[in-house]
Write a protein that binds this ligand. Structure first.
Ligand code: HEC
Ligand code: HEC
Ligand code: HEC
Ligand code: HEC
Length: 362
């Protein structure tokens, strides 16, 4: 159904207003401050007693999945906390969103490509014609070891955006067709470059990616003239890796009259905004949620027709459920144990469905 009265831009703003926009660097502080790091690691750094939260669970890493994972593991986690003498933290929705942004960023930065294939693609796609590896720009473009971007996918995507129109004209002059890159090829090339001897010791860089004012930039830079509607990008499943983003930015020219270059700080705002937007609609189905609410035993304590409101009137979304879990969970768990109710587990779409249901009964 088309929204005729709303411009795409207004629709974006409305969609994003429903969900708190997370900030990855604030999330990193919470992760340390709330002692999650004593048991969990992010990409190998931190405690080893619990799963690494920067490791990929699946491509479909969403706020609802984070809330489900936390919910399912909470009883074991709380007893581990009791044993370790760590107080159970209380999180609000915004902190839930920030933690999600942090974990999402860590997954976004993971290396999963194949360096051998990447080496081949770097040659086959013509990059090697203009970029040599070690030093100098004898080949026409700066050497790879001089790139700022090798270990930072957001910076790489920015470079791809700024660079491709110029490269397109060079190629046109040479009568060569501009190669387009798939996300898989981009991923392989990145891993190849990251594993070159000179780059090996560089740490992956986490860009803060704050969503603030990203919506305005998305308009100012003309993105919105092609990317319209409530889900302006990510229709094919979203931006789940840095390689997808970089390949997409590379593939633009030809289709796009680019309005100026993007600066680093602009790119971070755009990416933070696009990350947050792709999760604005959690896609739950209220009728399925009503059934799950019954089946999981929630209705046994939360009287029918009077189900719980989400945490203190905060927005109804998965971050609200993260907050509810950490704030009310331990009390709920004790009552459940006393009543002989099993701690419910959330699988598949359960979390999004229950949320959709709770929204209808507010
Ligand atoms: C005292 C140790 C400890 C602390 C502190 C801790 N956790 Fe956990 N966490 C665990 C354990 C153990 C598990 C796995 C439980 C299981 O296997 O069921 C877990 C599981 C999880 C999972 C599910 C992981 C997955 O991939 O299945 C998430 C998400 C999580 N914790 C988030 C957090 C966050 C966020 C914090 C800080 C607010 C935190 N944890 C603090 C011990 C801890
Ligand atoms: C026709 C020559 C040519 C080809 C082919 C080429 N580049 Fe470039 N590249 C350049 C030039 C010239 C620059 C520097 C000018 C600029 O900033 O746009 C550059 C800059 C870059 C930068 C920014 C580096 C920095 O300063 O941090 C990146 C990243 C990059 N290229 C990646 C690639 C990739 C990946 C390929 C293959 C898909 C490729 N290039 C193919 C000529 C080329
Ligand atoms: C002239 C039209 C146009 C403009 C302007 C434009 N894009 Fe695109 N964009 C496209 C097209 C076409 C695709 C390719 C869609 C496909 O391949 O399925 C695309 C794909 C993308 C993708 C990846 C595909 C997806 O949906 O996940 C991203 C991310 C993206 N654009 C970001 C931007 C950003 C950021 C700007 C502004 C700086 C911008 N675009 C400006 C036309 C445009
Ligand atoms: C054994 C009884 C019991 C069961 C079963 C139960 N809850 Fe609760 N729930 C409680 C109690 C008690 C509280 C208030 C806890 C507190 O005061 O900290 C609560 C609080 C909540 C809140 C927070 C309300 C607020 O004020 O923010 C939500 C949301 C919630 N529960 C959802 C659920 C869902 C979803 C289920 C099913 C998966 C469920 N509960 C199952 C007892 C239960």
């Amino acid at each position: 159904m088309k929204k005729l009265l709303l411009s795409g831009f207004a629709a974006c703003l409305m969609a994003s207003a429903a969900v708190p926009l997370g900030d990855a660097s604030r999330g990193a502080e919470i992760f340390r401050g709330q002692k999650c790091v004593t048991c969990h690691s992010i990409q190998g750094e931190g405690g080893k007693a619990a799963p690494d939260l920067g490791r990929s669970v699946s491509r479909e890493y969403t706020p609802a999945l984070l809330a489900s994972l936390m919910w399912n593991h909470a009883p074991q986690m709380w007893s581990a906390m009791e044993k370790a003498g760590v107080a159970t933290p209380k999180l609000d929705s915004q902190q839930g969103a920030d933690l999600f942004a942090y974990f999402f960023a860590a997954r976004f930065f993971e290396q999963k490509g194949d360096a051998g294939r990447g080496r081949k693609a770097f040659v086959d796609k013509g990059c090697a014609q203009c970029h040599n590896i070690g030093s100098g720009n004898a080949a026409g473009g700066p050497a790879v070891m001089k790139w700022d971007a090798v270990t930072d996918p957001i910076e790489l995507a920015r470079q791809m955006w700024n660079h491709s129109p110029r490269m397109k004209s060079t190629m046109a002059a040479k009568g060569v067709k501009m190669p387009s890159l798939t996300a898989a090829e981009m991923n392989d090339i990145t891993v190849y470059l990251q594993n070159l001897p000179g780059a090996k010791n560089l740490k992956p860089q986490f860009s803060p990616a704050s969503a603030a004012t990203g919506a305005e930039l998305f308009q100012a830079k003309g993105c919105v003239s092609c990317h319209k509607g409530e889900k302006p990008v990510g229709k094919g499943g979203g931006l789940r890796s840095g390689a997808e983003l970089a390949a997409a930015m590379w593939n633009h020219p030809g289709k796009v009259p680019q309005r100026g270059e993007l600066r680093p700080e602009e790119m971070k705002r755009l990416v933070g905004y696009l990350w947050a937007l792709q999760f604005a609609d959690e896609g739950g189905v209220a009728a399925r949620g009503a059934k799950a609410f019954e089946a999981k035993g929630c209705a046994g304590c939360h009287a029918k027709g009077n189900p719980p409101r989400l945490a203190h009137g905060e927005t109804d979304n998965s971050f609200g459920m993260v907050s509810v879990l950490w704030t009310h969970g331990p009390v709920m768990q004790k009552q459940m144990a006393a009543k002989g109710v099993q701690w419910p587990r959330f699988v598949n779409t359960d979390m999004a469905d229950v949320l959709a249901y709770l929204k209808t009964v507010r």
